[in-house]
Ligand binder design. Structure first.
Ligand SMILES: [Zn+2]
Length: 199
């Protein structure tokens, strides 16, 4: 039983550590999961060169692009949530700002040229270590089309939003806030946490 414990321990914490951290990216030796001296969290620490491989949440940036009374939605051509509708959003890349990332995603997913107007919703999803940053945006040209990561795109009126077929809870929340705010004309930035069973 003694020998199985390290394996069990690694499985148990695999939710927190990517398999990519099983081996050191500096020297190639195996890592071990332990609390480094002076720290208070488990980290992947190289058994050879002692490099500590920190892993932190990923940031997803996106926008809610508006054209007159319509909102740009994209039907996902990739997992997770293949075939479901979403707002253009994706992982930030190194070397770009959050606004630049949101604009890039709109181009990649919908060939959509947008002007970002304000920060709108920020959601943390601790269970998958992700943070979503969503902006409001003006769509500068209604001629949009599906990019490689989309099966389809559409400019939806409020009545046309497929509420039961949305990809993510954060999309539903962001759309609801927008539609409510549009009635008053005051678009208030919001934040929140999304926890299971939501997603
Ligand atoms: Zn190493």
């Amino acid at each position: 039983m003694q020998r199985s414990r390290p394996t069990f321990r690694r499985q148990r914490i695999s939710l927190l550590f990517s398999p990519a951290l099983n081996f050191c990216s500096v020297c190639g030796k195996a890592t071990e999961i332990k609390v480094p001296e002076g720290d208070n969290r488990l980290r992947a620490v190289c058994s050879g060169c002692a490099t500590i491989h920190y892993q932190n949440p990923k940031i997803v940036v996106g926008c809610l692009p508006v054209w007159q009374d319509r909102i740009l939605l994209c039907k996902r051509a990739i997992e997770p949530r293949y075939g479901r509708w979403t707002l253009p959003a994706g992982f930030m890349e190194n070397g770009e700002s959050a606004v630049e990332g949101a604009m890039r995603e709109a181009v990649e997913e919908a060939n959509a040229k947008v002007e970002i107007t304000q920060l709108y919703t920020t959601y943390s999803i601790p269970s998958i270590s992700q943070v979503y940053i969503m902006f409001l945006a003006n769509l500068l040209d209604p001629n949009v089309s599906a990019g490689p990561e989309s099966l389809d795109v559409k400019l939806a009126t409020e009545a046309e939003i497929p509420w039961d077929d949305l990809a993510f809870v954060m999309v539903k929340h962001t759309l609801r806030h927008y539609l409510n705010d549009r009635r008053t004309g005051i678009f208030t930035p919001r934040f929140g946490d999304i926890r299971p069973p939501e997603r």
